[in-house]
Design a protein around this ligand. Structure first.
Ligand SMILES: [Zn+2]
Length: 312
């Protein structure tokens, strides 16, 4: 593993480049909390495929520099695993050279959300972010090729969002999961579906990946699938009980002992997750739009009035 020199919060290790299979790199931004996502790239003989970008202009340019430290070949394709700003804000850094590929709903949600996430994290040094939505979209599945390597894009939403895809390299048994996997971070289902996410995990499991590059946290193996599933089942159970007792999502969260999940980063996501689980208990469709300001206000209240911590 090598490290790049992006200036960072003194609390954090610098972003790290890890070759997870020959010519396949993960770019890991620990600790993986709010806004600190992972990206990656695949080096071909004539061009590169990149997977996701970063939350701020500075972090996205540092990612591009890390790519350049490995290869000077052009990035012809950029894949977005989903629309969230920490995975897409830096798209514009690659816009001149790359086709930007994502699920059809990723393009739609990205255009609708704009750079709205910025308001949630007022302390962040954003730089000049220009929205650059996907320029090629698909519905269920598509394949890209990097020389002889097939790169499958598999839609598994609604799960973390309405538009999640897995980026699967079957010959290498490597998968970039986007935020379908948080390694040591609290999963966040507010904009997707708890039930759908559990199904997405089974789809992921069926691939038989040996190495997983999660959306947040260190590179891992398939054992982490069980950890995410256990948390989501916990959310479902807390929601069923709270819903039956007539508790609000915030009150249900406050009454809940997180147990082993207390050590995950960003525990306040429980409240957002309960908002989503309640929606499913009311019989609303997976991924239905929920009022974001209420869920965010509840997460802040759960956090004793503090906005979620973001070190990006
Ligand atoms: Zn996300």
């Amino acid at each position: 593993m090598t490290t790049s020199e992006a200036p960072d919060s003194p609390e954090l290790p610098p972003p790290a480049l890890e070759e997870v299979s020959e010519g396949v790199f993960a770019y890991i931004q620990l600790d993986g909390s709010w806004g600190l996502n992972n990206t990656g790239f695949i080096v071909g003989r004539e061009s590169l495929i990149t997977i996701d970008t970063c939350f701020t202009e500075r972090r996205s340019r540092a990612f591009r520099d890390a790519i350049r430290s490995v290869s000077g070949l052009p990035v012809r394709t950029l894949v977005n695993t989903h629309h969230h700003g920490d995975h897409t804000h830096g798209n514009f850094v690659f816009r001149d050279e790359a086709l930007i590929v994502a699920h059809e709903l990723c393009r739609k949600e990205l255009i609708e959300a704009g750079v709205g996430t910025k308001a949630l994290f007022p302390g962040v040094d954003w730089g000049e972010i220009e929205l650059a939505p996907p320029t090629m979209t698909f519905e269920n599945w598509m394949a890209l090729y990097s020389d002889e390597r097939r790169v499958e894009l598999i839609y598994v939403g609604p799960a973390h969002t309405t538009n999640d895809i897995l980026v699967w390299l079957p010959q290498r048994r490597v998968v970039f999961t986007g935020d379908i996997i948080f390694n040591r971070g609290t999963p966040f289902a507010l904009m997707g579906s708890v039930a759908g996410w559990l199904e997405a995990l089974e789809r992921l499991r069926s691939l038989g990946a040996e190495r997983i590059v999660p959306g947040h946290g260190a590179v891992c193996g398939s054992e982490v699938i069980d950890d995410v599933a256990a948390y989501l089942r916990f959310v479902r159970d807390v929601a069923s009980e709270g819903y039956e007792c007539g508790l609000s999502p915030l009150d249900a969260a406050r009454k809940t002992d997180l147990g082993p999940f207390a050590e995950l980063l960003d525990p306040e996501r429980l409240v957002g997750n309960l908002h989503r689980a309640y929606s499913e208990l009311r019989g609303e469709p997976r991924g239905a739009t929920l009022p974001l300001p209420q869920a965010v206000a509840d997460m802040v209240a759960y956090n004793d009035g503090q906005m979620p911590r973001c070190l990006a």
